[in-house]
Ligand binder design. Structure first.
Ligand SMILES: *Cc1c(COP(=O)(O)O)cnc(C)c1O
Length: 233
C-alpha cells in the first residue's frame, strides 16, 4: 500500500470514529482530499485508493491537474480565495466552489458556467473569526448574500464553508463551527435547502464533525506536509 493510500485509510477511520462519536453516520460526512501543491501523480495515487473528490486552491494549478486527470472522472472543488478576473476557468473546469464571499464572484461564475454543464455547486464562505481572517462574509451578511446567490441561474447553492483561526483552542474552534451550523439551520428554517457544511481540516476535523460538518477538507493528513511556497495564480 502506498503512503497516500495508508494515510487515506487512516483519515477515513478518523472521520468514521468522529461521526459515530457524534451520533452520526460515517457516510454522512464526505472527505474532500485537498491536493494543492501536490503533483497529479499524487492525486492519481489517491484516486487508485478510491478517493474521488479533490480540492484545489490555485486556478492554474488546479486546471492543469483537472486536464491531466480527465480520464479518471474525478470531482473537483475550488476552495481557495478567488479573484473576480479568474472566475472563467473555474466556471469551465470545476464542479464546486467553496469560497464565494461576494455577489460579484457568484454573478461571474453564473454567467460563465456553460449551459452544457451541470450547474456549478457553491458554498458561501463565512468569516467566523472576525479580524483574524481576510476571507469570507460576516455571519450577519450571509442571509442577504445567500438570497442573491440562490436567485442566479447556472449555480446551485449547497451550503456554507468556514476556516476558523488555525491557532484557536478546542473550545474556540468548536464554537466557530457551531456558529456556522446555526447559520445553516437558520437559513434552512427560512426556506433554503442547504445540505453542506464544509468545515474541518487535518487538525480539527473531529471538532467540525461533532458540530455537524458534512464535508471535511483534508490535505496534510493525506498527502503530507506541504512545502512553503509563494501563492500562485
Ligand atoms: C489547504 C486547505 C485545506 C487543507 O488543510 P490541511 O491542514 O492541509 O488539511 C482545507 N481547506 C482550505 C480552504 C485550504 O486552503
Amino acid at each position: 500500500m502506498t503512503t497516500i493510500a495508508a494515510n487515506l485509510q487512516a483519515v477515513r477511520e478518523r472521520v468514521a470514529r468522529a461521526a459515530i462519536a457524534a451520533g452520526r453516520r460515517p457516510e454522512d460526512v464526505v472527505l474532500l482530499a485537498v491536493s494543492k501543491t501536490w503533483p497529479a501523480y499524487c492525486v492519481a495515487a489517491a484516486a487508485e485508493a478510491g478517493q474521488r473528490l479533490f480540492g484545489e486552491n490555485y486556478v492554474q494549478e488546479g486546471v492543469a491537474k483537472i486536464a491531466e486527470l480527465r480520464a479518471r472522472a474525478l470531482e473537483w472543488h475550488f476552495i481557495g480565495p478567488l479573484q473576480s478576473n479568474k472566475t472563467r476557468p473555474v466556471a469551465a473546469h470545476f464542479d464546486w466552489v467553496h469560497s464565494v464571499d461576494r455577489l460579484k464572484l457568484a454573478e461571474r461564475l453564473s454567467e460563465q458556467r456553460d449551459a452544457e454543464l451541470p450547474p456549478l455547486d457553491l458554498c458561501i464562505q463565512v468569516n467566523v473569526s472576525g479580524e483574524a481572517s481576510k476571507s469570507g462574509v460576516a455571519p450577519d451578511e450571509v442571509p442577504e448574500l445567500a438570497r442573491q446567490v440562490a436567485a442566479l441561474p447556472r449555480l446551485r447553492l449547497r451550503g456554507l464553508m468556514a476556516i476558523p483561526e488555525p491557532d484557536g483552542d478546542e473550545g474556540l474552534l468548536r464554537s466557530r463551527f457551531a456558529t456556522v451550523r446555526r447559520l445553516r439551520d437558520e437559513l434552512n428554517a427560512a426556506g433554503f435547502a442547504l445540505d453542506t457544511l464544509s468545515m474541518g481540516m487535518s487538525h480539527d476535523l473531529e471538532l467540525a464533525i461533532a458540530e455537524g460538518a458534512t464535508m471535511v477538507r483534508v490535505g496534510t493528513a493525506i498527502f503530507g506536509t506541504r512545502k512553503l511556497r509563494e501563492e500562485q495564480t
